[in-house]
Design a protein. Structure first.
Lengths: 207, 79
């Protein structure tokens, strides 16, 4: 595979000291590992919740992901970001949980061709800062509700690409999908979410 | 380039994964098609609002159970 072009990483996701913490944790420094856990626990919990759509499962997934990460830390070569590696472990745990709970409903491996028209039906502009019209907690609820309405195979791809900021190639590898399948699902997910969020964020008549 | 072409290339356009001639074609269409401009702009905002959203703090009991599980396993690994 060709080397993956690095994507810009938001500063809140990866801090410069991450390689130092990972190296310390690898040599047995438990405090360093706990610092990494504290840094990423909220994101991993949200990821697990968005995939499993179940709080109890999400908690199990998060615990297992961090425990596995610690046990397999020696295998982490530093070829990718530590966070990307952690996300892949958490995704595996979450998918296992999902398949166990709903074995007949998850068709992540199959090609999804809904035959559905991609052209947006409803085109309404949003206000300049749509999220300013709602309280922060309301926006969080809107985002969580909206993403939960997506088909799991679209939801997971969007989660990895646009929330966790994995590259297309990393997402394909984590989910065992082709790059083409990731791209196709990402486009559909983005368009569906756009349409659903328009219900909340479209420009009102007096804005 | 027509509206259907814009939607097909929307992700590549937003991810800046297009060659310059295709990008220029898209931008030429966007200059005169308001509907496509709105779709491009609101899709971009959709990605940004999710990407920038901060995850909620862990509930206290959830954090407590996570740390208990870690401490228990770390002790075993170290033993």
């Amino acid at each position: 595979m060709n080397p993956v072009a690095p994507r810009p990483i938001p500063s809140q996701v990866v801090k410069e000291d991450e390689p130092v913490l990972v190296a310390a944790a690898k040599s047995g420094d438990i405090t360093a590992f706990e610092t990494l856990v504290g840094r990423y626990e909220r994101k991993i919990f949200r990821l697990a919740q968005n995939i499993t759509q179940n709080r109890e499962d999400a908690e199990d997934v998060m615990q297992e992901a961090f425990l596995k990460a610690y046990e397999h830390l020696g295998e982490f070569q530093g070829n990718s970001r530590f966070y990307t590696w952690l996300v892949r472990i958490a995704v595996n745990q979450a998918l296992m949980k999902l398949r166990k709970r709903r074995p007949n409903q998850i068709s992540l491996d199959e090609e999804v061709d809904t035959g559905e028209e991609l052209m947006p039906r409803e085109v309404q502009d949003w206000g300049p800062s749509p999220e300013d019209r709602y309280k922060q907690s309301e926006v969080a609820d809107i985002l969580a509700t909206t993403i939960s309405e997506l088909d799991p195979s679209f939801r997971i791809v969007f989660q990895l690409r646009d929330i966790e900021e994995l590259s297309t190639e990393e997402t394909a590898e984590a989910l065992g999908l082709s790059v083409a399948a990731v791209k196709s699902r990402l486009l559909r997910a983005r368009l569906k979410l756009r349409q659903k969020l328009s219900r909340y964020f479209r420009r009102s008549e007096n804005s | 380039m027509n509206c259907r072409g814009i939607v097909k290339e929307l992700s590549n356009y937003l991810d800046e994964a297009l060659d310059s001639s295709l990008k220029a074609n898209i931008e030429k269409h966007l200059e005169h098609c308001e509907d496509c401009r709105v779709v491009v702009d609101t899709t971009k905002k959709t990605i940004q609002i999710y990407c920038n959203s901060e995850p909620a703090p862990l509930p206290d009991d959830t954090r407590m159970r996570l740390h208990e599980a870690l401490v228990k396993r770390l002790r075993r690994v170290r033993a």
